[in-house]
Ligand binder design. Structure first.
Ligand SMILES: NC(=O)c1ccc[n+]([C@@H]2O[C@H](COP(=O)([O-])OP(=O)(O)OC[C@H]3O[C@@H](n4cnc5c(N)ncnc54)[C@H](O)[C@@H]3O)[C@@H](O)[C@H]2O)c1
Length: 384
C-alpha cells in the first residue's frame, strides 16, 4: 500500500512509519515540527534524547531496503497538502498530526484557540484535499476515548441506536469531552462523518485510550538511533509514562483527586497493531466507521498500584500521593466503554500488568539522570 503518515515525527507517528516500511509498504511522512515549539514554550524536553527526523530516516534508509520519504509541511497550508496528495496518491492516510495535549489546550485562551484551529482546520484542509485528489483513499484518523467523557451509560463505538417518542435512528454517540483538546477531536469526527456522507469518502475514526511504552520491534532494531519521543511532564506526558518516571525518580506518583477516575489505556505496540488492522480492513466508500482503540480500562489508583508493584520487583520503592485535582472531572463515575471491533478484526491485546511495564521502567532507569522533578507537579489548572 502507499501510506502517508501525517505527524510522522511524533511519539506514535514515527514508530508507525517504521512498522509499515518494514512490512514493505511505500511510506511517506509529513510533519511541521510544531510539537518542538510547544515543548519549548513550557521548557520541557523528552526524557530520552532522540535524533532529528532527518538522521532517523537516514539511519533507517541505510539499513533497510524500503526507504521512507519525508516532507516538511503544515496541514494548515491547504496548497501543500492538496499538492502532496496529488503527487503521492496515497491509498491510506494515517492522521496523527494534531496538538495532542489536554493541559496544553487548557493553559490559556491562545493555546485553546491554537489547538482547535490547528486540529479542526488542518483536518478540514485534509478532507478537501482528499476529495479533490484521492477520493478513494482510506483516512485513518486518530481521535481519543476522552471524546466520550464519562457518561452514565455504556460507551458504544461511535454510534448509538436511539429510540425517541416511538421512532428509531442510528445517531453519532453524544459526546461530553473534558477539555478544548478533546472537543477539537469531537469537531473533527463530526466534520469527517459529514464528508463521508456527502462526498462518499471513507474513514476509520479511532477513539484511542492513553498510550504507554517505548518499545516496538522496529525501534528495538537500533534503539539509540530510532527511539521515539517520550514525555513524562505534566503537559505532554501521558499518565503511565509519567507514573513510571516518577517511580524511578523516587518521587511519589501524583494521583489527581481521589484517583477513582477510570480511563482506557493501550500499549504503543497495540496502537500500531490497531492502525494496521484498520488500514488492511478498510470500510466501504461513504462509510464513517468508529473503533474504540484501547485494551484495558482502570482507575488511576489501580494503574498506580500496578506500577508500584512492578517497581518493587525491580528493587525500587515507590508510593502514590493524592494531590489536588487540577482538572475539572468526575472522580466517581460509571464507566463501560466497548472495544470489540478491533478484537474481532484480530487484535490480541497486550495487557497492562507488572510484567509488561517492567521493560519500560528499566529503560527509564537508564536515563534517570535526565529526569527533571520540576516537570511533575501540575501547574495548568482547568479553572483559570
Ligand atoms: N499519545 C497518546 O496517548 C494519544 C492518545 C489518544 C490519541 N492520541 C492522538 O494521536 C495523535 C498522535 O499523538 P502523539 O502522542 O504521537 O502526539 P505527538 O505530538 O508526539 O505527534 C503529533 C505530531 O504531529 C505534528 N503536527 C501537529 N500539527 C501539525 C500540523 N498542522 N501539520 C503538520 N504536522 C503537525 C507535530 O509536530 C507532532 O510531531 C494525536 O492526534 C493525538 O491526539 C494520542
Amino acid at each position: 500500500m502507499k501510506i502517508l503518515i501525517l505527524g510522522g515525527n511524533g511519539y506514535l507517528g514515527w514508530p508507525t512509519s517504521l512498522f509499515f516500511s518494514k512490512q514493505g509498504h511505500e511510506v511517506s511522512i509529513v510533519d511541521n515540527f510544531v510539537k518542538k515549539k510547544m515543548e519549548l514554550e513550557f521548557g520541557f524536553k523528552p526524557l530520552i534524547p532522540t535524533k532529528t527526523l532527518h538522521k532517523r530516516v537516514d539511519c533507517w534508509n541505510k539499513n533497510q531496503n524500503n526507504p521512507i520519504n519525508f516532507y516538511v509541511g503544515d496541514l494548515l497550508n491547504h496548497r501543500f497538502i492538496k499538492d502532496l496528495l496529488a503527487d503521492i496518491r496515497p491509498e491510506v492516510i494515517v492522521h496523527y498530526a494534531e496538538q495532542p495535549s489536554a493541559p496544553y489546550s487548557m493553559s490559556n485562551r491562545e493555546r485553546a484557540i491554537f489547538t482547535q484551529q490547528n486540529n479542526v482546520m488542518g483536518n478540514l484542509n485534509l478532507l478537501f484535499a482528499i476529495k479533490k485528489n484521492c477520493p478513494d483513499a482510506h483516512l485513518v484518523k486518530l481521535g481519543t476515548l476522552g471524546e466520550y467523557g464519562t457518561p452514565n451509560i455504556d460507551i458504544e463505538e461511535g454510534w448509538l441506536n436511539v429510540e425517541h417518542n416511538g421512532r428509531k435512528d442510528r445517531m453519532l454517540y453524544p459526546k461530553k469531552p473534558g477539555s478544548f483538546y478533546h472537543l477539537s477531536k469531537v469537531h473533527d469526527s463530526a466534520n469527517i462523518e459529514f464528508a463521508c456522507r456527502i462526498w462518499d469518502l471513507k474513514c476509520t475514526d479511532l477513539n484511542q485510550g492513553v498510550v504507554y511504552g517505548n518499545f516496538t520491534p522496529e525501534i528495538d532494531l537500533d534503539f539509540e538511533n530510532l527511539c521515539t519521543s517520550f514525555h513524562y511532564d505534566e503537559v505532554f506526558g501521558t499518565i503511565i509514562n509519567r507514573f513510571c518516571t516518577q517511580s524511578v525518580a523516587n518521587y511519589p506518583l501524583t494521583v489527581y483527586g481521589t484517583g477513582n477516575q477510570k480511563r482506557g489505556y493501550i500499549n504503543i505496540i497495540d496502537t500500531i497493531n490497531c492502525i494496521n488492522l484498520a488500514s488492511t480492513n478498510p470500510p466501504k466508500k461513504g462509510e464513517f466507521r468508529v473503533f474504540n482503540q484501547f485494551t484495558d480500562f482502570k482507575s488511576l489508583n489501580e494503574m498506580a498500584e500496578v506500577i508500584i508493584k512492578s517497581s518493587k520487583n525491580l528493587g525500587i520503592k515507590a508510593k502514590a500521593k493524592k494531590i489536588q485535582n487540577p482538572r475539572k472531572e468526575m472522580e466517581e463515575h460509571y464507566y463501560n466503554p466497548k472495544n470489540t471491533s478491533l478484537i474481532s478484526l484480530g487484535l490480541k491485546p497486550i495487557k497492562f500488568n507488572e510484567n509488561t511495564i517492567e521493560k519500560d521502567i528499566k529503560l527509564i532507569t537508564k536515563y534517570k539522570k535526565n529526569i527533571d522533578q520540576e516537570y511533575f507537579m501540575p501547574t495548568v489548572k482547568w479553572e483559570i
